[in-house]
Write a protein that binds this ligand. Structure first.
Ligand SMILES: NC(=O)c1ccc[n+]([C@@H]2O[C@H](COP(=O)([O-])OP(=O)(O)OC[C@H]3O[C@@H](n4cnc5c(N)ncnc54)[C@H](O)[C@@H]3O)[C@@H](O)[C@H]2O)c1
Length: 261
């Protein structure tokens, strides 16, 4: 049988994707229902959730949820909806993140923006993952969790609320991978480069610094996301970070060599 033909088991696998209303989260959620996986599309923006589901390959497999994941009560409400609709959630993707605004540099970012960024990325990610894991462990079911981090988990972005939240998420992935591993729950990070997806207003001139010659698109992330999520394809992978950036992170002040044609 082909290795890639059935990466998921639609009779048992279920998914919850945060930030599923736009960008990378939407692309991953749509790809999951395309593989036959019943999936909760969670986002703060109701119109985006409706549009993402109706544009997905199999809308009948999608469960909508709308709420603000900066609030822990909303995270609990999301868990309740997800479990009521789908039972155990075996695959979790945390892509929700508030908008990045260049004006929010270290001398300007206010406390509310700082806390919101950490609340959605880190606090909600931890709370959701831990509670999903508790249910899976009790049910003796395997699981696979994926956190959207960033190259700016390791390099400054001029947005300290964002880079510190992503740096903490990168460590959270390792902590959870270590703790949950013996229960068959894998936890990994997906590290996008410059993806013109909505959360990042990309300057086309940036393409000059990307070895593969173009900015990324949300759909560039979905195949790797599903590969890492799949227990069949990545069953021995946990605590890892997958960079999907067209080579952006290879850039430094040296230009590539000028090769003769
Ligand atoms: N686009 C990039 O270049 C890039 C690069 C590195 C990392 N990332 C990360 O990938 C993820 C997705 O990025 P994107 O560019 O697709 O983002 P996006 O802004 O297009 O989508 C994020 C989604 O999260 C939702 N959201 C925001 N706040 C929320 C809240 N409080 N509760 C629930 N939902 C909320 C938004 O409504 C939106 O639909 C983010 O975690 C981002 O930090 C993106």
């Amino acid at each position: 049988m082909s290795l890639f033909s059935t990466p998921f088991d639609p009779t048992r696998d279920t998914a919850l994707v945060t930030g599923a209303g736009n960008g990378i989260g939407r692309a991953i959620a749509q790809a999951l229902v395309g593989e036959g996986v019943r999936t909760v599309f969670a986002d703060v923006n109701a119109e985006r959730v409706t549009a993402a589901i109706s544009a997905s390959p199999r809308p009948e497999l999608a469960v909508p949820w709308v709420g603000d994941l900066a609030e822990l009560e909303a995270c609990d409400a999301l868990l309740a909806t997800a479990h009521a609709a789908l039972g155990e959630i075996t695959h979790f993707v945390h892509s929700a993140s508030p908008p990045r605004r260049e004006a929010d540099h270290a001398l300007a970012v206010d406390r509310r923006i700082w806390q919101q960024m950490h609340a959605v990325n880190l606090d909600a990610g931890f709370h959701l993952a831990r509670n999903l894991a508790k249910r899976l462990i009790a049910a003796k079911r395997p699981g696979s969790f994926l956190f959207l981090t960033s190259l700016h988990a390791g390099t400054p972005r001029n947005l300290p609320h964002y880079s510190t939240a992503k740096a903490a998420m990168a460590m959270l992935v390792k902590e959870l991978a270590k703790t949950f591993g013996r229960h068959g729950i894998r936890v990994n990070a997906l590290v996008p480069g410059a993806i013109a997806a909505g959360g990042f207003v990309a300057d086309p001139a940036l393409a000059r610094h990307i070895p593969l010659g173009r900015l990324g698109e949300a759909n560039d992330l979905a195949p790797m996301a599903l590969t890492v999520l799949s227990n069949k394809l990545s069953g021995y992978v946990t605590g890892a970070a997958y960079v999907v950036d067209g080579g952006l992170s290879l850039t430094n002040w040296f230009e590539p060599p000028a090769l003769d044609e």
